[in-house]
Design a protein. Structure first.
Length: 266
């Protein structure tokens, strides 16, 4: 993913669309979010996000792990993770419009092992979808799925757990977390945090007059807005469904987009 982000950054700089490192002196091109970003108030005073609702806090960072939190601009709270894989899945879950709530490290669930001993397991995420379904995710690198015994643990929990905790129990590996999609999700989460309603409206009006598929940088140029603000607005439109990426492309100023086409009824 790091190589992908660097590539997008270099393409953006060549096109004059520096989304990641707007200099303080570039006032006209600086993003102008409607709401405080990352816990900061309009006057720059730090106002920390709401705490995570996790049932346990990740241990302190070590040289062998990746632990921290993501600020969710929708809920206003921190979402914790204990590995890079958990972090990347969190980005996908938080930006999935089919999901209305993400619970990091939900309370441990009790079950009985095959040898008769009582045990407890804490899932990494529990989400609720727009349909009301609840899905519990256990995150494991593919190489450790077998040795960890997680498949057997979830099989036992699935059989022993009654209604209420989750409707589905899933194991998530790196195969379920494509790097390019994670990069898109990071762009979307940042665009949500930096959303400017006027910029989105202006860009939406420009996009409404476009026919077919066009590069994002063309919409940016036609908007008349400073490049960083226009690019951020385009990402908001992608997130909100006004625009959609052409097949096989991912967010970046060189990506191709079109007006959203509603799915045909069966």
């Amino acid at each position: 993913m790091r190589q992908y982000l660097v590539s997008q950054h270099l393409h953006a700089k060549r096109a004059g669309l520096d989304l990641f490192s707007i200099r303080p002196s570039d006032q006209d091109n600086a993003l102008r979010p409607d709401q405080p970003v990352g816990g900061k108030t309009a006057d720059g005073v730090w106002n920390p996000p709401l705490p995570s609702i996790a049932s346990r806090k990740p241990a302190a960072n070590s040289r062998f792990s990746c632990r921290g939190s993501i600020h969710d601009p929708v809920s206003g709270r921190a979402v914790v993770y204990e590995s890079a894989l958990e972090r990347d899945l969190a980005y996908l879950l938080l930006t999935d419009r089919r999901i209305v709530a993400v619970h990091d490290q939900p309370p441990a669930i009790a079950y009985v092992r095959r040898d008769g001993r009582a045990a407890r397991h804490t899932f990494d995420f529990l989400v609720e979808t727009v349909s009301g379904a609840r899905i519990a995710y256990a995150v494991k690198p593919l190489a450790k799925v077998g040795s960890s015994g997680i498949e057997d643990t979830i099989a036992l929990i699935r059989r022993q757990t009654g209604d209420g905790f989750a409707d589905r129990f899933e194991i998530c590996t790196e195969q379920h977390v494509p790097r390019a999609k994670v990069a898109d999700a990071r762009h979307i989460l940042r665009a949500r945090a930096c959303r400017n309603d006027e910029d989105v409206q202006v860009t939406s009006q420009v996009a409404a007059g476009v026919r077919g598929t066009v590069p994002i940088r063309s919409l940016v140029a036609m908007s008349g807005l400073p490049p960083a603000r226009a690019l951020n607005a385009v990402v908001n439109l992608i997130d909100e469904g006004g625009l959609e990426l052409a097949d096989g492309t991912h967010i970046g100023d060189l990506a191709m987009v079109r007006l959203h086409r509603p799915a045909m009824a069966a």
